[in-house]
Write a protein that binds this ligand. Sequence first.
Ligand code: ADP
Length: 459
Amino acid sequence: MRSFFSTLLLLNWGLLILLLAIALGIMFLKDFTIPILHPVLYFLFVLLAIYGTFYMSSAVAKRVVDPLSLLEEKTREINAGDFGAELSYPDIRELAQLTMSINEMATRLKNQFLDLNVEKEKFNSLLQNLKEGVFAIDSNGKILFQNRNIPFALVAPGSQALDFTKAIIHKGLLNFIKTQMKEKSEGKIEFEMGYHEYSVRFYPIQNNGIVYLFVGVVSEITEDRQYERIREQFFQNASHELKTPITSIKGYAETLEIKLQLSEDSGEKKFLNAILRNTERMIRIVEDMLTVTKLEQHTTICQPEEFKIYELVRNIGDSVGVLISRKNQELIIDIDPKLEVYADLVLMEHLLINLISNASSYSPESTSILVRVKELEKFYLLEVADQGIGISPEDRERIFERFFRVDSNRSRKEGGTGLGLSIVKHIAKLHKGKVEVNSNPGGGSIFAIEFPKKAYLPT
Ligand code: ADP
C-alpha cells in the first residue's frame, strides 16, 4: 500500500516517461514521413499530452474521492445510529488509516450502544418490578417515566410525555408536588385513599444547583400503619390493665411492711424492700406509658400560655438539684430572664425534666449541663447540652422510639423507663415543633427542640 504522495509521484513520472517516449517516437517517425504530416504528428502529440494529463488527474482524483465519499456516507450513517458493515480499505495508506479509525469507532460505538441498551433494559425491568411505584418529572414538567405499580387513582397510566398537572390525578398529591417543585426541595406526604394508605417521597435530582428531574416514590403503608395501630392499642391496653394490680401490690407490700415490723437486717425485710423498689419502678413505667398513651391519643391537650422560660428552668433546676448535685454536676442556664415563650407550662416542665435528668444520668460526675433558649425569627430554639457519653449517629433516630435504649443495663441502673424521649417527642409535636439530637462539639449530646412562636403557629 502506497502513500498518497508516492502514488502521485509515480503516476506523474509514468506520464512523463510516456510522453518522452512518444516524443522520441515522433522525432524518429519524422524522418520517415512527408513534411506535410509533421504538424499532424505534433498536434497528435499535444492531444495525447492533454488527454494523458487529464486521465492521470481524474484517475488520482477518483482514487481519493471515491473512498472519501464512502467515508462521508458511513459517518452520516453512524450519526443516524446505523452502524452497518465495515468499510473495505482503499489502497492509499492515509485513507486506509482513516477508514480503519472510522471502522474501529463504529465498532466501539456499536458496542457501547448495545451495552447502553442492555443497561436501559435492566433498569427498566428493575423499575417495573419494584414494589414501590416510581415516576419522574423532567424540568419542563413532563412525565419522563412511570412504572406499573403506581395506583391508577394517583397517576394516570401511560402518562409519558404528558404534563404532570394532567397526569397526576390525586389533588392532594398534585398540590404537594407543585410546592416541592417550586421550592426544589425534598419532601414526604402521607394520605389515605379508601382503605389504603400511601406515602409519597418526592425529591429533586440536581447537579451544580441545576435540577434535571424530580423523582417520586409511592409506597403503600396500609399494613405498616395497621401494625402500628395494633402496637399502640396493645401499649394502651397494657398500661391501663397494669395500673390497678401494680398499685395494689404496692399497697399490700407497704401494709405488710408496717404490720410485720421486721428488723432492718432480716432477710424478709430485704425481700419486702426489693418488692417495693421494683413496684415503684413498675409504677413509674406504667405512669410513663399512660402519659405516652394520653399524648398519642390527644387526650392531653396542649394549652399554651406566655411565661418566662428562665423561671421554669430555674425551678426545675431546684427540683432535679439532688440528682445533679449527687454527681457533683453543674446546671448552667443561658436564657434571657425576660424572654417569654408561648407554650404549655406543664408539658414544657415535663419535657425539660426528662431532658435534664437524662443529661445528668448519661454524663459522668463533675460535668456541666447547659440549658439554652434562643429566640429566632419564627421559632424558639431550646437546647439541652451535656458532656456525657454521647449517642452514635445510627441510634439518634431510634432513641425517640418507645422502650429503645442504647444500653438497657445502664438505663435500668439510672432508674430509666425507656419512655422519656418518646414523651419529649410527643410534647414537641403537640407544640407543632420538632426535636433532634446532635453531638456536642465538646463531647456529649445536644437535644434541640424547635417550636413556633405564637404568631407563626400553623393553623
Ligand atoms: P431512659 O429512661 O432509658 O433514659 P429515654 O427515652 O429517656 O429512656 O432515653 C432513651 C435512651 O436514649 C436511653 O436509654 C439512653 O440510651 C439514650 N439517651 C437519652 N438521653 C441521653 C443523653 N443525654 N446522652 C446519652 N444517651 C442518652
